[in-house]
Design a protein. Structure first.
Length: 360
C-alpha cells in the first residue's frame, strides 16, 4: 500500500481499538518507481514572432518646395535690341533727303514685293553723331507724301535734327491700307518694317535709344497692332493719333496684349465726334486704360475737332507738330517702367497743348 494512503488512514481514526497483534511487517514499504510526472511546459518550437517593423517600400515623401507654375514676371528692357538683318541679303543703297520728292525709295524688295518709302534726312547730316529715327504710318487713302506734307516734315527734320521714314502701303492689298483687320498680311508687313529698319540703320547713324513710332487714323490702328506684338521692342515711345484699340460693331475688335517693353505713349483723339467707320474716341480711351493698367506712362490728349488734323499751337517760330516730336525725344529707351521726365514737375511742358494731360 502506498505510504501516503497509510498516512491518510492513520490520520483518519482517533479512537483506540483492541486488535490482535500481528507480526510486524518487516518488508520495506513499496515505493512508486515511475518517474515523477514532468510538469514543465513543453518547449515552444514555434519560431519567434518577428517584431521588426516591415520595410517601407512606399516612395519617400518629396520634401522639396512645390514647383512654381506661375508665369514669371516680365522684365522691361532698358537696353535696345540689336538692329535686325535685311531678309533679302544685301541692302540696296538708300536715298535720303530733306525734300520729299527726292526722298522716295522705290523697288525695295521685302517678302517678294517691291515696296516704297520716303526717307527724310536733314541736309546737314554727316553721320558724325547718331540721330533719332521716327517711323510713321499714314492714314487711309493717303501716302508717305501726304504724311510728309501735312506733318511739315521737310521743315521738322531740318530744324529738330532727326531722320524720319514713312512707308507706303501695298496698293489695293488691304481695305484700311494696313493689315490690322486682314491679318493674313501681318507677317509680310512686319517683315517690311524690319527690313526698312535694317537697311536704314546699316547706312545711317541712328541712335538706338531714340527710335519712335507714330501713326495717324488707319496708320495709328496699325501701329497699335504692332505695339501689341514683340515687334514693338525697338521703340522708345509710341504715338497714336486717332487710333487705339479699334472695334466695329462687335464683328472685329483689337485686343490688348501686354509686352515686356513698357513704352511711354501719347494717345490722342478728336473727342466724341472722332468717328470714321471706327469710334476712335472710344478706341483711344480703351488703349489708354489698358496701357495704364499695364504700368506704361501715358499722355492722353483729346481735342474737339473730330476726325481731323489736331489743332496744335506750337511755340513761336517752331514747326507745327513741335510738341509731338518733342514728346518722343523726351522719352529715350532707357527710362524705367512708368517713368517720364514730366513726372518730376507733375505737369506737362508748355509745348504740349492744354487739352493733353498725364493719364492717371
Amino acid at each position: 500500500m502506498p505510504l501516503f494512503l497509510l498516512l491518510a488512514a492513520a490520520c483518519g481514526t482517533t479512537t483506540p481499538k483492541t486488535v490482535e497483534s500481528a507480526p510486524p511487517d518487516t518488508q520495506p514499504a513499496a515505493t512508486d518507481s515511475a518517474p515523477p510526472e514532468d510538469t514543465t511546459p513543453p518547449e515552444d518550437t514555434t519560431p519567434p514572432e518577428d517584431t521588426t517593423p516591415p520595410e517601407d517600400t512606399s516612395p519617400p515623401e518629396d520634401t522639396s518646395p512645390p514647383e512654381d507654375t506661375a508665369e514669371p514676371e516680365t522684365t522691361h528692357p532698358t537696353i535696345p535690341p540689336d538692329w535686325p538683318e535685311y531678309s533679302e541679303g544685301l541692302c540696296p543703297t538708300l536715298v535720303g533727303s530733306n525734300v520729299s520728292d527726292l526722298a522716295l525709295n522705290e523697288g525695295f524688295l521685302s517678302s517678294g514685293n517691291e515696296r516704297a518709302f520716303r526717307l527724310m534726312v536733314p541736309s546737314h547730316y554727316d553721320g558724325s553723331h547718331p540721330l533719332p529715327l521716327v517711323i510713321g504710318w499714314h492714314w487711309m487713302n493717303a501716302s508717305s507724301s501726304s504724311f510728309v506734307r501735312d506733318g511739315e516734315l521737310e521743315r521738322a527734320v531740318e530744324e529738330m535734327d532727326f531722320i524720319a521714314v514713312f512707308p507706303d502701303d501695298i496698293e489695293d492689298a488691304y481695305f484700311f491700307n494696313w493689315p490690322f483687320v486682314e491679318t493674313w498680311g501681318v507677317e509680310q508687313e512686319l517683315l517690311f518694317f524690319n527690313d526698312m529698319l535694317a537697311c536704314i540703320t546699316s547706312q545711317y547713324n541712328i541712335d538706338p535709344y531714340q527710335v519712335h513710332g507714330v501713326g495717324v487714323s488707319a496708320g495709328a490702328l496699325w501701329l497699335t497692332y504692332i505695339a501689341n506684338t514683340e515687334e514693338v521692342a525697338p521703340f522708345a515711345s509710341v504715338m497714336s493719333l486717332s487710333g487705339g484699340l479699334g472695334e466695329v460693331l462687335g464683328v472685329w475688335e483689337m485686343e490688348y496684349a501686354p509686352q515686356e517693353r513698357k513704352y511711354p505713349a501719347l494717345v490722342l483723339n478728336g473727342g466724341p465726334l472722332d468717328w470714321l467707320a471706327v469710334d476712335f474716341h472710344a478706341a483711344s480711351e480703351r488703349f489708354v486704360d489698358e496701357l495704364r493698367a499695364d504700368d506704361h506712362f501715358v499722355v492722353a490728349c483729346e481735342h474737339d475737332q473730330g476726325h481731323a488734323v489736331p489743332p496744335f499751337e506750337p511755340p513761336e517760330g517752331e514747326t507745327l507738330f513741335y510738341g509731338m516730336w518733342s514728346f518722343m525725344f523726351d522719352h529715350p529707351y532707357d527710362l524705367d517702367v512708368g517713368q517720364s521726365p514730366y513726372l518730376s514737375d507733375g505737369a506737362l511742358p508748355s509745348y504740349l497743348p492744354e487739352w493733353c494731360w498725364i493719364a492717371p
